[in-house]
Write a protein of this length. Structure first.
Length: 251
């Protein structure tokens, strides 16, 4: 799923799907042209995906479908799943009635046969899950041998830094729960995140049978500085820490 302009990702999953439904319209509008989504996370994911012509791709946590649309425009055959019916309705409006969109919670078994996809895109979704093991096992199952899992998550260093700046004393090395309130479109929802250290992420990937081929902290799109000059006044260079990106290969 995608993030707010402040760079925090909004969660999916059964416990929060109804809340997500209530902010779906405002959420989709808010991140359509945001720095963190349109000029940072999505371009980075597309760059990591590379040439996807003819590839079968699962967009796991597709939200309102912006990444689905971009991958399809580049020649991929895309299937999207999300836990929120409200977000999938927006995706269907964007993508058309023939788009392959399905309700699915990534904590549960996926409704696809083994070896169904060449790639899985998990855009800002894994950090909503307490336990990555069942989800990664399912994503590995539906990938063909040699297929790729391309992941973006909230950067664990950034989360810890922000918490310390707020006067908290988080234990970086523990997987820990974080609940926040977000207000969009006049609706306030409580959102739950699961923060974990980098080593817990890489351990989970390798335990699930993935080989890590890329760990990336990319810069935003080149045009971001021109569109958001006030934001970049806070940084010495052209980049910043926001999300963390992985490319994993199914062995």
């Amino acid at each position: 799923m995608t993030s707010t302009p402040e760079g925090r990702a909004l969660p999916a999953g059964p416990a929060q799907a109804n809340g997500y439904d209530s902010i779906a319209e405002a959420y989709a509008a808010e991140n359509e042209n945001s720095l963190m989504n349109a000029y940072y996370e999505r371009p980075a994911m597309l760059e990591l995906a590379g040439d996807v012509t003819g590839r079968r791709i699962l967009d796991a946590g597709c939200g309102s479908g912006p990444l689905f649309a971009a991958l399809r425009d580049r020649g991929a055959a895309v299937t999207g799943v999300d836990a929120s019916a409200g977000m999938l309705e927006l995706a269907r409006r964007r993508l058309g009635a023939d788009a392959d969109l399905r309700i699915a919670d990534l904590a549960d078994p996926l409704p696809f046969p083994d070896d169904s996809f060449d790639d899985v895109i998990a855009s800002l979704v894994l950090h909503y899950l307490r336990d990555w093991s069942p989800t990664l096992a399912e994503l590995r199952r539906v990938l063909r041998p040699g297929g790729r899992l391309i992941v973006s998550v909230e950067h664990p260093f950034v989360i810890t830094l922000m918490q310390r700046m707020a006067g908290e004393k988080p234990d970086y090395f523990q997987t820990r729960n974080r609940t926040e309130e977000w207000t969009l479109g006049g609706q306030t929802v409580r959102l739950t995140f699961w923060d974990r250290p980098l080593h817990a992420m890489t351990d989970a990937f390798t335990a699930a049978g993935f080989r890590i081929t890329v760990i990336s902290e990319p810069p935003p799109a080149p045009t971001a500085r021109d569109v958001f000059p006030e934001v970049f006044q806070e940084f010495a260079g052209t980049s910043f820490l926001g999300f963390l990106f992985f490319v994993l290969q199914a062995d």
